[in-house]
Design a protein around this ligand. Structure first.
Ligand code: SF4
Length: 340
């Protein structure tokens, strides 16, 4: 079963010129999904007279199969050198998701069919930077796993990077349907990261995503497949019982992975929000209990010119020392890449 079955699929006419475009058209159609070929450019044949919230929800169930225009790749500092555009969007409904601000009211899930051209372009960047390694991030504007069962794009990309000398690929997911990626040649050139959290935030703020247990089990399979692995603990929340719950998370991870942490890394990101994100979130998820009270946070200017509300310094210190101690306890050899 795929992680995600769209309600509607639009295939751009020019996408049908590519093998992946044809394959996707046939696969979606044969699965009984409403699949239509539409003009290569222009708006989608959808009723525009619906509320922001309805548009948003509709877009999350709509896949657009399209050709990615090959301008410059966006840079992706500090986690990679460039974004690798395979997919845009994600069907899940995490209340805090940065894509709600980035993709606006129509966060369609776009699958790009000109994957061979995209990889060729990546090769040019590697050529420019040689003899240095060039790292590409596959999840800067998406979670690419929910549509992987349909597209096979990650599989092709992992295989491709396995064969390059100076290219590396990384991506992060919350989804557990990753078995099609387990038995392929990766040559340690792809870094597989899972975004995990304690059970309260997953239950309350990440509807339609796999449970902590499903993610940990998927991560264990990936670990056994020998991929370089990391865990993104994000966003970290303070709530009643948070230490106990995060402690359980790390213990479960340890019980499953059975490792001292050698070769594993953690990235730790506390919850933060911008004014704009708060407005959008409240409109899309009016009943959310996401903690967004400015008065309990510290305002901090961000690098892109807008400010964000983060936990105050004392709370940050408390979270950081708890997280570091707990990770060291269970995974003494793991690397903690950063805490923000
Ligand atoms: Fe956003 Fe990731 Fe949640 Fe998808 S899974 S909605 S990309 S936070």
């Amino acid at each position: 079963m795929p992680d995600f079955t769209p309600q509607t699929v639009f295939v751009r006419e020019n996408a049908m010129d590519y093998p992946l475009g044809k394959k996707l058209y046939n696969k979606f159609k044969e699965s009984g999904i409403d699949t239509r070929i539409i003009a290569s450019r222009g708006p989608f044949p959808l009723n525009p007279n619906v509320s922001f919230q309805k548009k948003f929800i509709r877009a999350k169930r709509t896949v657009v199969v399209s050709v990615r225009s090959l301008g410059q790749f966006q840079s992706c500092k500090p986690s990679a050198h460039y974004q690798l555009p395979l997919v845009t969007g994600c069907p899940a409904h995490c209340h805090y998701c940065y894509l709600s601000t980035n993709l606006g009211k129509n966060p369609y899930i776009k699958i790009y069919v000109n994957i061979e051209e995209i990889l060729k372009k990546a090769e040019k960047y590697m050529e420019e930077r040689k003899p240095d390694i060039t790292i590409f991030e596959g999840s800067a504007t998406s979670d690419p796993v929910p549509v992987e069962e349909w597209s096979g794009s990650l599989k092709r990309t992992i295989n491709y990077f396995a064969g390059t000398k100076l290219g590396r690929f990384r991506f992060v997911t919350k989804f557990s349907n990753i078995d099609s990626l387990l038995h392929i040649k990766h040559n340690n050139h792809t870094e597989f990261r899972f975004s995990i959290n304690s059970s309260y935030p997953i239950k309350k703020f990440e509807p339609t995503t796999p449970s902590p247990r499903e993610r940990i089990e998927a991560a264990t399979r990936v670990f056994k497949a020998g991929y370089p692995m990391g865990f993104l603990i994000a966003p970290i929340f303070i709530y009643e019982g948070w230490q106990e719950e995060y402690g359980i998370l790390f213990k479960e991870l340890k019980d499953k992975l059975k490792t001292s942490g050698k070769g594993i890394f953690f990235e730790l990101i506390t919850h933060r929000f911008t004014k704009r994100a708060k407005e959008i979130i409240e409109e899309i998820y009016p009943n959310t209990r996401l903690p967004m009270n400015e008065e309990t946070r510290q305002f901090k200017y961000g690098q892109f010119g807008y400010g964000k509300y983060v936990y105050p310094p004392e709370t940050m210190k408390k979270i950081e020392s708890f997280m570091r101690e707990t990770i060291n306890k269970y995974f003494p050899e793991a690397e903690i890449k950063y805490f923000v």
